[in-house]
Design a protein around this ligand. Structure first.
Ligand code: NAD
Ligand code: UDP
Ligand code: UDP
Length: 344
């Protein structure tokens, strides 16, 4: 096979009996790394609810939790393995959704060297696994590969503006190397790859103290705390509701395009507008103040999703106005339980 760069790719491994199942209606066995996390656990719900899959989750629980998967524990089609993807993993699967990696800046900056290892060694191991068993593998890359973008909105052709030595680099550059590894395994070994560039995603089950902006504002508003808008507050982000994201990942995995493909909601908001929306939709008594920001914070971000619309027939359905109350309902419930479990 000749790939897009005109390089002769090695023939992919012959389909194993397991992989043959992809072409029949038989069960597929699917590995989800990072499946105990926010997006991963919603993806697991979707894969399990189809009723035709076996799902294996490998997670080290650094930022995820068993609680997110409690409805599947004990189900005959479900397995949960405590595993760190920087170590070798031996399982037999047809598809790999490779999500394992902390996504919130406070989590990925906590141990930056480990974040790089997770992105580089973790992705290498999952590609080695995909090569051995002939599985298709999808990487959840990120809009952070565009860094502090000089083009707006960002298309997949843009190469980005990333600081290689900053405090966010472990994540941004880690994901950039992970993408490189994906394409090198594809060109060199004929591995079937899919690369999604995910833009800010929010929804129920986000870690309450995760540190990302939507979860912070909602938790602060519900706890009667002041919302912390990091300076200047005019920086923008585009927020995608988690069910839309899971649908995009599923379509990408099961379609014919390698990507990279932007997945995100093109609605663009400043952080001040987000604080105003939380106040209006969730807690009218909420207040906010401007606080200090962290270095290298991208000033604007908005996906160009023309490729996803054309190639995957995908675009987000849930607006921020619809999604924020859905997330707040989940946060209210969890904060209530949190409080009552604190009672003596
Ligand atoms: P999350 O932190 O909730 O989930 C990540 C999961 O990976 C957690 O369960 C964590 O315990 C696990 N993990 C971390 N390091 C690991 C390791 N070394 N071995 C095994 N498991 C490990 O984050 P999320 O928001 O669900 O993000 C999932 C994926 O999507 C990540 O790859 C992230 O980079 C990507 N992404 C997310 C967003 C977003 O806005 N949520 C945006 C861009 C990209
Ligand atoms: N690997 C894995 N599971 C497997 C096969 C490989 O975790 O089922 C890991 C393996 O530990 C190795 C990495 O994937 O470090 C890359 O494997 P590959 O075969 O591509 O490279 P090599 O082992 O030849 O360096
Ligand atoms: N932010 C904020 N208040 C917070 C947390 C974040 O104003 O309590 C801002 C942050 O400065 C950034 C944006 O919200 O401009 C998105 O931050 P987040 O950590 O959610 O995701 P990022 O896109 O930076 O990875």
């Amino acid at each position: 096979a000749t790939n897009c760069d005109g390089i002769i790719a090695k023939a992919p491994p012959a389909p194993s009996p397991l992989r043959m199942s992809k072409f029949t209606t038989a069960k597929m066995r699917i590995l989800v790394t990072g499946g105990a996390g926010f997006i991963g656990s919603h993806l697991v719900d979707r894969l399990m609810e189809s009723g035709t899959n076996e799902v294996i989750v490998a997670d080290n629980f650094f930022s995820g939790s068993k609680d997110n998967l409690k409805r599947w524990i004990g189900h005959p089609n479900f397995e949960l393995i405590r595993h760190d993807v920087t170590e070798t993993l031996l399982v037999e699967v047809d598809q790999i959704y490779h999500l394992a990696c902390p996504a919130s800046p406070i989590f990925y900056k906590y141990n930056p060297v480990k974040t790089i290892k997770t992105n580089v060694m973790g992705t290498l191991n999952m590609l080695g696994l995909a090569k051995r068993v002939g599985a298709r593998i999808l990487l959840t890359s990120t809009s952070e590969v565009y860094g502090d973008p000089l083009e707006h909105p960002q298309t997949e052709e843009y190469w980005g503006n990333v600081n290689p030595i900053g405090v966010r680099s472990c994540y941004d550059e880690g994901k950039r190397v992970a993408e490189t590894l994906m394409f090198d395994y594809h060109r060199q070994h004929g591995i079937e790859i899919r690369v999604a560039r995910i833009f800010n995603t929010y929804g129920p089950r986000m870690n309450i103290d995760d540190g990302r902006v939507v979860s912070n504002f909602i938790a602060q508003a519900l706890r009667g705390e002041v919302m912390t808008v990091q300076a200047p507050g005019t920086q923008t982000r585009s927020f995608c509701y988690v069910s839309d994201m899971v649908d995009g990942l599923f379509r990408l995995m099961n379609g014919d395009n390698t990507g990279p493909i932007n997945l995100g909601n093109p609605g663009e908001f400043t952080m001040l507008e987000l604080a105003e929306s939380v106040k209006k939709l969730i807690e009218p008594s909420a207040t906010y103040r401007i606080v200090e920001n962290t270095p290298d914070d991208p000033r604007k971000r908005k996906p160009d999703i023309s490729k996803a619309i054309k190639l995957l027939g995908w675009q987000p359905k849930i607006t921020l106005q619809e999604g924020l109350p859905l997330m707040a309902a989940d946060f209210r419930e969890r904060l209530k339980n949190f409080k009552s479990s604190e009672q003596p």
